[in-house]
Design a binder for this molecule. Structure first.
Ligand code: PEP
Length: 254
């Protein structure tokens, strides 16, 4: 029996006005209303969170923020805190996406602080990890992933670890149309699970959901999800239309 419930999240990145976001989620709700066996999440921009939150109330879709700051309130112009994200209706928060690491100076240390602050208010963090192409080609994939997992998740309790999802997103596969093969992805997912054994209880290690991200679409989702350690997907481009995202969510039923 698979103890890990599939989790499919759409990261809308810096796309959609409020009205476009509302249109998208309305269409999506119609298309996935019957889905009961999968956690479905959308991550709109901060400006659209409130409107989307109102639309999805009572539905089978959960809300995530794409990032968060680690302080609760104060003189941090432009930042958004975990209690604010919680207050607007988010259940999840994506933390450490490679675009934040690449363009906004996110480090494993800041990611750790953001996870800690999010857990403190009851948010469920989705921690993104993944190697760059040069790192893969230099044979460093496992070293990079091991360091990311250890530094980002160091020191959390068993209960806290139980609230976290990991998204493995090889940077070379994000937005490039180049998906890792199911075997390449499974190899890293299995490695992440093994590494978790060094920092948490075996039950938490087995229960932790590990999503794959990187050019996931309706054609490759089935083969990815068939892998024993792939428990879901974090979807960028293909989450921007209700048709393609709903087909990914319903992969088992097509
Ligand atoms: C992402 O940004 O999390 C992602 C995986 O993007 P894409 O699906 O577009 O590759």
């Amino acid at each position: 029996m698979d103890m890990r419930r599939p989790i499919i999240a759409g990261n809308w990145k810096m796309n959609k006005t409020v009205s476009e976001a509302v249109d998208l989620v309305r269409q999506l709700m119609g298309l996935v209303a019957e889905v009961r066996d999968i956690d479905i999440i959308v991550a709109p921009t901060f400006t659209a969170l409130h409107a989307v939150s109102r639309e999805i109330t009572g539905s089978n879709i959960d809300l995530a923020a794409q990032d968060v700051f680690w302080e609760t309130s104060g003189a941090y112009t432009g930042e958004i805190s975990p209690p604010m994200v919680k207050d607007v209706g988010c259940r999840y928060v994506i933390i450490g996406h490679s675009e934040r690491r690449q363009y906004f100076g996110e480090t494993n240390e800041s990611v750790h602080n953001k996870i800690k602050a999010s857990l403190a208010v009851g948010l469920r963090p989705i921690l993104c990890v993944g190697e760059a192409l040069e790192e893969r080609e230099a044979g460093k994939t496992f070293d990079v992933i091991r360091i990311q997992v250890f530094q980002c998740l160091d020191g959390f309790s068993r209960e806290e670890m139980g609230k976290i999802t990991i998204a493995y997103e090889p940077i070379w596969a994000i937005g490039t149309g180049k998906t890792a093969t199911p075997q390449q992805a499974e190899e890293v997912h299995a490695f992440i699970r093994e590494q978790l054994g060094n920092i948490t209880h075996p039950q938490v290690r087995e229960a932790m959901r590990i999503q794959y991200g990187g050019s996931v679409n309706q054609d490759n989702i089935g083969d990815l999800m068939a892998q024993p350690n792939i428990d879901g997907a974090l979807v960028g481009g293909a989450s921007l239309t209700a048709d393609s995202f709903s087909r990914i969510v319903k992969f088992q039923k097509t």
